[in-house]
Design a protein around this ligand. Structure first.
Ligand SMILES: Nc1ncnc2c1ncn2[C@@H]1O[C@H](COP(=O)(O)OP(=O)(O)O)[C@@H](O)[C@H]1O
Ligand SMILES: CSC[C@H]1O[C@H](OP(=O)(O)O)[C@H](O)[C@@H]1O
Length: 395
């Protein structure tokens, strides 16, 4: 891994990103390069530089000193770029097949230079087009199982784990999740964003004491449980996919948190896509939820049984307890994510892209009912079948 030191931070332009790629020796001399800024996320710049002859490309991702979606009035640490490149490297040590190669990183410029994944498609976009990505859940289940196990106190030296956890202390990015996922949508907060027609439904949510208590318990878990290294924002827009390949990108929210969080975010974004589809086209999304959990539980259990370094690992009942809590938490976290993507600051194209207004509002009302039930009834869902049942009962 090459770490390049530059002098001072400045936001790159397409020209400067190209010059940097040349300076780094990423292209042969005289290559005809074209660079485009293609960032479509909420936070960062993403430059795609391609050699027009060989069609070889690289990505230079740069953090801005503020949240792009809001503007300079929302300052945000540049350290997130270091977290992102370190998380990609850490994940690569366990599951290299599921993350892009990181070629260079430069802390002062807040950049990560990485493999160009343009041969794949962002999973959210493909799912909206009706694609199913048959291996998506197998791959994501394995990604979560291995990264969670090997970064936990059962999979790595417990002193080393504490050092690793320290290097992933990520207060500013966690605060975004604490506010936008776990708090603001449950209160009349000015970051919320929803159509006027939804106000009665949203006010019902705000006046629901039972829901607020359960959301508070989930937030407390997020704040306090330093269990495993999480991606921290594992939605379908953070995953590139094709029929046979899957790559996870964008781990700038990485931190040590509760094991069920990444699972819950992923489940929620599959559900958000299911909400946007007609009933007869939803089955592949529920199948993905089933398979993600099954693959996760089976790989995690196998690692626990064969690779655990903790004396108590073989204690009958402990693994079952860990998996049971991971599942219950994942269901609750999924509920919070479904609600915040419907009425919070950061929406998803799956729901917002439903053109016909009445259909869009109906899907969003369904999302609010579904999210609420997942949060308050998370202890009663005995398996992933419960997602189908609650989805149907809240239609
Ligand atoms: N390694 C990559 N290869 C190709 N395109 C990428 C790569 N990383 C990011 N992108 C493009 O840039 C977009 C934004 O990237 P992302 O990491 O999600 O940014 P943000 O942190 O702002 O959300 C992605 O949706 C994708 O289109
Ligand atoms: C003001 S950040 C809102 C939202 O954006 C992040 O997603 P992404 O970087 O993938 O666009 C994250 O989900 C935050 O909650």
């Amino acid at each position: 891994m090459t770490i390049v030191q530059s002098t001072v931070y400045e936001p790159l332009t397409e020209q400067k990103a190209t010059a940097l790629a040349v300076r780094l020796g990423l292209f042969r001399d005289g290559a005809p390069l074209v660079c485009r800024e293609i960032g479509d996320g909420n936070l960062n710049l993403v430059f795609h530089i391609v050699d027009q002859e060989t069609k070889q490309g690289v990505i230079i991702k740069q953090a801005l000193p503020y949240a792009k979606v809001v503007g300079e009035s929302w300052p945000l640490t540049l350290k997130r770029a270091v977290i992102e490149s370190n998380a990609l490297r850490t994940f690569a040590s366990y599951v290299p097949q599921y993350v892009p190669n990181v070629y260079y990183s430069d802390e002062s410029l807040a950049i990560t230079v990485m493999e160009d994944l343009s041969r794949l498609q962002i999973a959210r976009k493909g799912l909206i087009e009706g694609k199913t990505f048959p291996l998506l859940s197998r791959h994501i289940g394995e990604f979560i199982a291995k990264t969670a196990f090997y970064t936990s106190d059962f999979g790595m030296n417990q002193q080393e784990k504490k050092k690793l956890a320290q290097s992933f202390v990520n207060p500013e990015l966690c605060k975004i999740t604490e506010d936008l996922v776990f708090t603001d949508p449950f209160f009349d907060h000015d970051t919320n964003n929803f159509e006027d027609e939804l106000r009665p439904d949203v006010e019902t949510l705000w006046n629901d004491d039972r829901l607020r208590l359960e959301a508070a318990k989930l937030k407390r878990k997020f704040l306090t449980e330093a269990d495993v290294l999480l991606h921290g924002d594992l939605h379908t827009g953070s995953i590139f996919a094709s029929t046979d390949e899957t790559k996870v990108i964008d781990p700038e929210f990485a931190f040590y948190g509760p094991i069920g969080f990444d699972l819950g975010q992923f489940f929620a974004n599959l559900l958000l896509n299911a909400l946007s589809r007609p009933d007869v086209e939803r089955q592949p999304l529920f199948d993905h939820i089933d398979r993600t959990w099954d693959v996760f539980a089976s790989i995690f259990s196998e690692l626990w049984r064969t690779k655990s370094i903790e004396t108590y690992a073989a204690t009958p009942g402990l693994l079952d307890e860990v998996l049971r809590h991971a599942f219950i938490d994942a269901v609750g976290f999924a509920g919070c994510e479904v609600i915040r993507r419907t009425i919070g600051l950061a929406h998803v194209a799956d729901l917002d892209g439903i053109e016909q207004k009445e259909a869009r509002l109906a899907a969003k009302r369904h999302a609010l009912r579904l999210g609420r039930r997942l949060i308050v009834e998370r202890n009663e869902l005995t398996g992933t079948d419960g997602f189908r049942r609650v989805f149907a009962e809240t239609e």
